[in-house]
Design a protein around this ligand. Structure first.
Ligand SMILES: Nc1ncnc2c1ncn2[C@@H]1O[C@H](COP(=O)(O)OP(=O)(O)OP(=O)(O)O)[C@@H](O)[C@H]1O
Ligand SMILES: [Mg+2]
Length: 282
């Protein structure tokens, strides 16, 4: 994941005119085009103690798709996102990213280090550093860990903030921002690494519905304009039915349904999904 990108890059000019920092930052180039499989999970299993929270999960994500993940509390949604992001390792199974095996035989492969900077993850609780302004929050990791130059990180921060509609707040401290604004800055921070995949775990759960809708709209634009694949855990069924390409319903550690929003919400035969949709009816 981009927070743990390699720290071995300087910022000297390379032969092709690209800085080393920019190269390290991008990891290896991603070849998946929109519609191609970007992430593939096969037979992922994970237990905590004697509780199996992922039971042989098979799951694909395509470049440029929005996948909405729904399901009851404790069904395994966050565990899957964390496994894809490299924050937790499954006990078993295989994962590929852009066609290369990144997890196999109970461990990450060397190929993971080549692509992990393309994966960003955002959480429900705002993970901005409170004592730093927005600009510093965005530029600190790329500068410290990748050796990105000040001017390059500033340019990239301006672009990322423009993409989430937060250009006017570059000098604000997190305490001066609303919850929705902070989440948009958190998205901008993830964009600093130009991810191909954004994993969002209940990032709008603490927000009022109109503010949540604004934040989710940012994700939709990123998918449309940048071709970023987005997987998000959300209870926002209106967003899921409007914006998702796939809806994935988790039930007791298994993917019970993986379908288009129309099929998932209007034509499912799955009794648990029917119950779930009734319970959170929009
Ligand atoms: N580090 C951990 N140690 C022990 N148990 C864990 C750990 N992480 C998750 N679990 C357990 O695994 C199960 C699945 O957790 P997970 O966080 O994936 O659920 P979830 O679907 O995201 O739920 P929620 O909607 O409440 O966020 C839960 O029973 C949880 O208690
Ligand atoms: Mg969760």
């Amino acid at each position: 994941m981009n927070e743990v990108a390699p720290a071995n890059a300087g910022s000297t000019q390379a032969d092709d005119g690209q800085t080393n920092a920019a190269r390290a930052h991008a990891g290896r180039a991603i070849s998946a085009n929109i519609g191609d499989v970007l992430v593939s999970c096969r037979g992922l299993r994970k237990s905590f103690g004697d509780r199996e929270v992922m039971k042989s999960i098979d799951f694909d994500m395509r470049a440029g798709d929005i996948t909405v993940i729904i399901g009851r509390s404790g069904s395994g949604k966050s565990t899957l996102l964390r496994a894809i992001a490299g924050l937790t390792d499954p006990d078993d199974g295989e994962m590929t990213f852009d066609g290369e095996v990144v997890f196999s035989e109970q461990k990450r492969t060397p190929a993971w280090k080549q692509v992990d900077s393309h994966v960003g993850m955002i959480f429900q609780s705002y993970t901005l550093w409170p004592h730093m302004d927005v600009l510093k929050n965005l530029t600190l990791a790329p500068r410290k860990r990748l050796g990105m130059s000040e001017s390059e990180s500033l340019e990239r921060a301006k672009k990322a903030l423009a993409e989430v509609g937060m250009s006017d707040h570059i000098r604000s401290k997190p305490v001066q921002l609303s919850g929705g604004e902070r989440q948009r800055v958190a998205i901008a921070r993830a964009l600093m690494m130009q991810p191909k995949l954004l994993l969002c775990d209940e990032i709008t759960s603490a927000l009022d519905p109109p503010v949540a809708a604004e934040v989710l709209d940012v994700l939709r634009r990123l998918k449309e304009e940048e071709g970023i694949a987005v997987a998000l855990v959300t209870h926002d069924m209106a967003f899921a039915s409007k914006a998702a390409d796939r809806v994935v319903f988790f039930h007791e550690g298994e993917i019970a349904v993986n379908a288009t929003p129309d099929d998932a919400f209007n034509h499912t035969e799955d009794p648990e999904l029917k119950k779930f949709v009734e319970a959170v009816r929009f």
